[in-house]
Design a protein around this ligand. Structure first.
Ligand code: AHN
Ligand code: ZN
Length: 321
């Protein structure tokens, strides 16, 4: 990955989160800690959504596991009450392979003008090329963290929205063909997100903002503020990190700069949508990502429901506000 050490310390003051105060507390002094809106997010349910995807096998484009999981994701979103569009595309990868790709787009309250888009990639990398054992380099990854975690958190959010959706519009997008990329070629990644933005399935679709979840289930994960997000949507990043802190997750959502990550959100930003990437990033490690990243060890053993909970609760609280 490209590592760009850019420090924007001056912009990183996180304001105390403006959680809605309960009426009974409305006379509390201004200095009182914000009372978080009750949001329900079931981390065990999110975990089982991650496991369910992994059980299909590696969801690498052009495989049976990929086709089956794609159909299941769409049916799950429908079951949870979203208005679902399946967008099929034939996409050319950097190595010339034609990928049978599927973006899955679910809308809650499709008539609402004010909209927030939540997205994650659901495909798996075909090669565990960061594995310490070269024999694994041409094997696909399980993608428990890299793929299934963000998708699993969003499926659980969809399940919660089916019970109680906010007045504003919420869209959930599972993008395909993010991970068939190669180092040093920034355009080789995020092919599904690029296709979505260039072929919007809903005419004039233009969410007010977007939140990408990528690698949000790792044990001991931390999330730093990402460079492209910070440049495109500083207010959104500040609000999300502020909510995380107010819920006691400031040891996971670190209020410091990470690096610049070429990811699906960049495709949205280049079409004018303020978007942020919540992505595991360790400022003092080698790749910055989880040590299991793009290795044969990106399996369920690396997933911690506590990380899924921190991310899921934070995002749900943000969309509820
Ligand atoms: C690069 O490695 C250039 N971007 C990381 C995007 C990614 C890959 N997210 C998950 N897998
Ligand atoms: Zn990846």
């Amino acid at each position: 990955m490209r590592k760009t050490a850019i420090i924007l310390a001056a912009t990183l003051a996180v304001t105390a989160c403006g959680g809605k105060k309960a009426t009974a507390e409305s006379s509390a002094p201004e200095s009182a800690a914000p009372v978080p809106v009750e949001v329900s997010f079931n981390a065990d349910s999110a975990y089982s959504y991650v496991a369910r995807q992994v059980a299909f096998g590696p969801r690498v484009p052009n495989t049976e596991a990929h086709r089956q999981c794609g159909a299941w994701l769409a049916s799950e979103l429908r079951r949870h009450g979203a208005k679902v569009t399946e967008q099929k595309a034939s996409l050319k990868a950097f190595d010339g392979t034609m990928l049978d790709a599927l973006n899955i787009f679910g809308q809650y309250n499709p008539a609402a003008k004010e909209r927030i888009l939540l997205l994650a990639h659901w495909d798996c990398r075909p090669w565990a090329d960061k594995d310490p054992d070269p024999a694994n380099h041409d094997k696909p990854v399980d993608g428990a963290n890299d793929g299934a975690s963000g998708t699993g958190v969003l499926l659980e959010i969809a399940r919660q929205l089916s019970a109680k959706a906010p007045e504003k519009g919420i869209d959930i997008l599972f993008v395909d063909a993010e991970d068939w990329g190669t180092d040093g070629d920034e355009d080789s990644w995020a092919l599904g997100a690029k296709y979505f933005m260039e072929n919007l399935p809903v005419e004039g679709y233009s969410p007010d903002e977007a939140i990408l979840l990528d690698m949000v289930g790792g044990k001991d994960a931390v999330f730093c503020r990402e460079y492209f997000s910070e440049r495109a949507a500083p207010g959104l990043a500040q609000a999300v990190w502020g909510i995380a802190a107010s819920r006691g997750y400031d040891h996971i959502f670190l209020n410091r700069m990470g690096s610049a990550v070429t990811d699906d959100h960049v495709q949205l930003i280049s079409h004018g949508i303020p978007a942020i990437d919540i992505i595991e990033y360790h400022p003092d490690s080698d790749s910055g990502f989880n040590p299991r990243w793009h290795t044969a060890a990106d399996n369920m053993e690396g997933i911690d429901p506590a990380t899924l909970r921190a991310v899921g609760e934070t995002v749900m609280q943000y969309i509820a506000n």
